[in-house]
Design a protein around this ligand. Structure first.
Ligand code: BES
Ligand code: MN
Ligand code: ZN
Length: 492
């Protein structure tokens, strides 16, 4: 799939599909095209077939023409990036259905900058071309070239930059989606480690990437007994994946991403109910998003240092498994009474957060499908964000708005932390039935005292259930928007 920007005359162009964002009032190119086509657009509006409302899509075939079809995308009432993303995604799916080889996207002025529009288009095109069965297979999607048409010559370089960025983010989302969708008998901790090692071998021009895998005995030496307690009941060996992307001077402190990768969460001895348990193969989507970001970074080679830490394990209930009431000592020295073995995400993250300190981080962000409670609170729209530093929370909220991959903040107050009290250890691993997302955050906060840290609970946003069940690639767009912003600060 290739992307390019151009400001060529419309009359000179040949294409399988021309995508035209427009409202009900036809302006500029929309009006020109309408005239060429014997008022095909205004007729569709007059007949009510196309209203121009935000997100509406209409495909109009133009037989015998250099432009074989028009795909109209409604733009009336587009007020935020989430709606823009919805409209663009709708157009991309309509385009894929046409089996077009080439397509033109006519700049629609639907975002504040042309770069942002081009980036959303390329991201959505790449993300919409993902197909679980075809991924890595030899069957290629039909679309080969998308040209982003700007009305002004001076805008093509901004559009080009947007296309490069968006395409790389779309690819990163697809990496995350594919790993999320793979069944747990294939996507084991060792499989994830192999993927990370392969990515770490990529030779880059301006930057470098390396991968190190810590095995069980190395984790034992580091005293990661909380992490290891989760792996205890499984036949699959746990792996701690550590990836270092270096895009700028080593002296620059890295952004550290910590991604939960429970490749299957049965609940352990606190076994989950059977219904929908297959979906617990997605419990590694936090880790997958870190691999997605690393993939995107290797394409963009942004001037920033990023460390990815991915604790990978299964949570299973065999005869050696951790039992409710067991007490473990985490790497930090703090002891944990494991009252529920299904609250395992925080047990692998806490040791990873302690380990993260060794990289002298600028900020640490963990990404985890951590609680069912976040789905009750925020549904499938926003991820939860909790942070010990308001500026970091604000930065993530802003990045989420920009990238249409939104987050919403929840508090980390001491009243919630108190719910973690234990009679037999420094803390329990659950805080009772209320405010589950927050008490999970409070648990993690106890391990993140030495740096600026934020926790993203993506249990609601990393995949969709139902007939269209599958991983979404979130929050790769959010994380990349944050990282890009940070990398631009490095250039100032
Ligand atoms: N992986 C789950 C969280 C989850 C639940 C994600 C449903 C997506 C859908 C996590 O490990 C878990 O089991 N959390 C428990 C915590 C509870 C035992 C305190 C939960 O949310 O029920
Ligand atoms: Mn669990
Ligand atoms: Zn889990």
């Amino acid at each position: 799939m290739k992307f390019t920007a151009s400001c060529a005359e419309l009359s000179d162009l040949k294409t399988d599909s021309l995508i035209l964002p427009t409202g009900s009032k036809l302006e500029n190119s929309a009006e020109t095209i309408n005239q060429w086509t014997n008022n095909i657009i205004s007729s569709a509006i007059a007949s009510g077939e196309f209203s121009g409302k935000s997100g509406q899509i209409l495909v109009l075939n133009l037989p015998e023409s250099a432009i074989k079809r028009l795909i109209l995308v409604g733009t009336d009432g587009l007020t935020n990036q989430r709606q823009v993303k919805k409209a663009v995604t709708g157009a991309c799916f309509a385009l894929n259905k046409t089996k077009s080889k080439t397509a033109l996207w006519l700049e629609g002025g639907i975002t504040e900058t042309i770069e942002a529009e081009a980036s959303m288009v390329a991201q959505s095109i790449n993300a919409s071309l993902y197909d679980y069965k075809k991924y890595n297979g030899d069957k290629k999607p039909s679309l080969e070239l998308l040209t982003f048409l700007t009305s002004d010559k001076s805008a093509t370089s901004a559009a080009d930059a947007g296309l490069v960025y968006g395409a790389a983010v779309g690819d990163g989302m697809n990496t995350a989606k594919q790993l999320g969708n793979l069944p747990a008998n294939i996507c084991t901790p060792s499989y994830l480690a192999d993927q990370a090692v392969a990515l770490g071998k990529k030779k880059l021009n301006k930057a470098s990437i390396t991968t190190e895998i810590l095995n069980r005995s190395q984790m034992q030496k580091l005293k990661m007994d909380s992490l290891l307690s989760v792996a205890e009941g499984s036949e699959e060996p746990p792996k701690l994946i550590v990836m270092k992307y270096q895009g700028t001077d080593v002296s620059k402190k890295p952004v550290v991403l910590v991604g939960k990768a429970v490749t299957f969460d049965s609940g352990g001895i606190s076994l989950k109910p059977g219904r929908g348990m297959d979906e617990m193969k997605y419990d590694m989507c936090g880790g997958a998003s870190v691999l997605g970001v690393m993939n995107t970074l290797t394409q963009l080679e942004l001037p920033i240092n990023v460390v990815g830490i991915i604790p990978a394990t299964e949570n299973m209930p065999n005869g050696r498994a951790t039992k409710p009431g067991d007490v473990v000592t985490s790497m930090s020295g703090q002891t944990i009474e494991i009252l529920n073995t299904d609250a395992e995400g925080r047990l692998i993250l806490c040791d990873s957060l302690t380990y993260a300190a060794k990289f002298d981080p600028e900020t640490v962000i963990d990404i985890a499908t951590l609680t069912g409670a976040v789905i009750s609170a925020l549904g499938k729209v926003a991820s939860g964000v909790l942070s010990n530093e308001q500026q970091l929370a604000n930065d993530l909220i802003e990045s989420g708005t920009q990238s249409a991959d939104p987050v919403w903040q929840l508090p980390l107050w001491e009243e919630y932390d108190e719910l973690l009290k234990s009679n037999f250890a420094d803390m329990a691993n659950i805080g009772g039935p209320q405010a589950g997302t927050i008490t999970a955050g409070c648990f993690l906060a106890r391990y993140a005292k030495d740096y600026k840290w934020a926790h993203l609970d993506v249990a609601g946003t990393a995949w969709v259930s139902g007939a269209n069940k599958g991983a979404t690639g979130r929050p790769v767009p959010l994380l990349m928007a944050y990282i890009r912003q940070k990398s631009e600060e490095n250039c100032d």
